[in-house]
Design a protein around this ligand. Structure first.
Ligand SMILES: [Zn+2]
Ligand SMILES: [Zn+2]
Length: 223
């Protein structure tokens, strides 16, 4: 499929939405449109993952009682665990303001299109998973659109939440060492001397070691 310029793509999808008379009931349409446009710009393209991610993040924030998660003071209350590193994850980060560098975005590599939204202030947490069955229902929600990609873009906006998502109330014990804020824990690798922050050290043969010295490394040195 030819890749359209971003503005044309947005125009086309919203035209298609109007055409099939889509009514997004749960969220304010204007807010959703603004968020989707911003998220697609930040991500680099408009894709079904942006639609799913924006809706998932809006629902997650609503469930834990945050209306302006990306603004102070609410930005300090939110932790989001994402379970996949694909398109929707960028949309979730965009909508919520959760960021890896702020320690508010946690990546748990489960390979599942799911995220858990935690409000540190009231303890509420909900895990939301995009249902695999929603993919099979795309054509019935946008039968008039010409190709799969556009069908997905339109259908994921139109599907009721319960068709698109499975929602579970959960409890998340966020470790103290994983919280945002200043570094609370530091140790020193007894082999190479590097400083290890946030309790990421390992203990091996009665030694405190960084993960590289402990052999738990994602790379190999080359000579
Ligand atoms: Zn994408
Ligand atoms: Zn070391």
């Amino acid at each position: 499929m030819a890749i359209l310029p971003f503005d044309q793509l947005v125009q086309r999808i919203f035209f298609n939405l109007a055409y099939v008379n889509i009514n997004i009931t749960e969220a304010c349409l204007e807010d959703f449109e603004t968020l989707l446009k911003g998220s697609a710009e930040a991500h680099g393209h408009l894709c079904p993952g942006q639609v799913i991610g924006v809706r998932m993040a809006m629902l997650g924030c609503e469930l834990i009682g945050l209306e302006e998660p990306a603004q102070l003071p609410q930005i300090k209350s939110l932790i989001v665990y994402v379970e996949i590193d694909r398109c929707a994850t960028d949309a979730i980060a965009f909508v919520t303001g959760a960021r890896l560098g702020r320690r508010s975005l946690k990546f748990v590599n489960n390979g599942i299109m799911a995220a858990t939204f935690v409000n540190l202030d009231n303890g509420k947490a909900f895990r939301i998973r995009a249902r695999d069955t929603s993919r099979e229902q795309v054509s019935s929600y946008a039968p008039d659109l010409p190709d799969k990609h556009e069908q997905q873009l339109a259908a994921y906006q139109k599907m009721p939440r319960h068709v698109l998502f499975e929602v579970q109330a959960v409890a998340v014990d966020v470790p103290y060492s994983d919280l945002p804020g200043p570094t609370r824990f530091k140790s020193k690798c007894e082999s190479c001397g590097v400083i290890i922050r946030d309790k990421r050290e390992l203990y091996k043969n009665d030694q405190v070691l960084c993960r590289i010295c402990a052999g738990d490394s994602y790379f190999k040195g080359r000579s």
